[in-house]
Design a protein. Structure first.
Length: 190
């Protein structure tokens, strides 16, 4: 009797950590571990602030998920998850159905703006690679690297690690000869 098929939904931190652990515990099991993600790349989200400011940082931020699945002798499926039928133990994806004996759901989260007015409407979240590229386009359009022009005003929503690091990187990116105003908006105290 073969090993149970284990399907991991999501190729982010939790999904790949589970994959690594399972491959070590279970040993070689080609095809019995399957990772499904809508993107072919694992992104180091804690470094998205770097990509938002400087596109040359991409090589340290985005890696093919197959690097991880190949090392674990697992299978990778690039597909969107449509729904899960827990009774039938089936995941419905944009590329068909996948049956499982065990299922790990590691799909991540959504941004929270913690009541900061206007943030959800005007801000660009650094939750996805694509939205981070949009943030980079907006920052580039400000002309921070030029010596002249109006003083750009940038508001960073969130005073966590990425917010503080992002603000510092923006200031550094602008250079010493350029005036820029960077504000950090954080959740009001409760």
């Amino acid at each position: 009797m073969g090993m149970d098929r284990i399907v991991i939904l999501g190729g982010g931190y939790a999904g790949l950590a589970a994959l690594r652990r399972l491959s070590r515990v279970l040993g070689p099991s080609p095809g019995q571990l399957i990772v499904i993600d809508a993107s072919a790349y694992h992104c180091v989200k804690t470094r998205f602030h770097e990509l938002a400011v400087d596109l040359s940082r991409e090589r340290w931020i985005r890696f093919p998920i197959t690097w991880f699945t190949d090392a674990a002798r697992a299978r990778f499926m690039e597909a969107s998850i449509r729904k899960v039928d827990f009774r039938r133990r089936t995941v419905f994806t944009s590329k068909g159905e996948v049956g499982y004996e065990r299922l790990l759901i590691t799909l991540g989260g959504q941004p929270s703006y913690f009541g900061v007015r206007g943030a959800s409407r005007h801000a660009v979240s650094l939750q996805t690679y694509e939205s981070t590229l949009e943030c980079n386009r907006r920052i580039t359009a400000l002309g921070l690297r030029t010596a002249t022009g109006p003083t750009p005003r940038i508001v960073v929503c969130g005073a966590g690690l990425e917010g503080i690091e992002g603000a510092a990187m923006l200031r550094q990116y602008a250079g010493s000869g350029r005036s820029v105003v960077i504000s950090i908006a954080n959740r009001p105290p409760s």
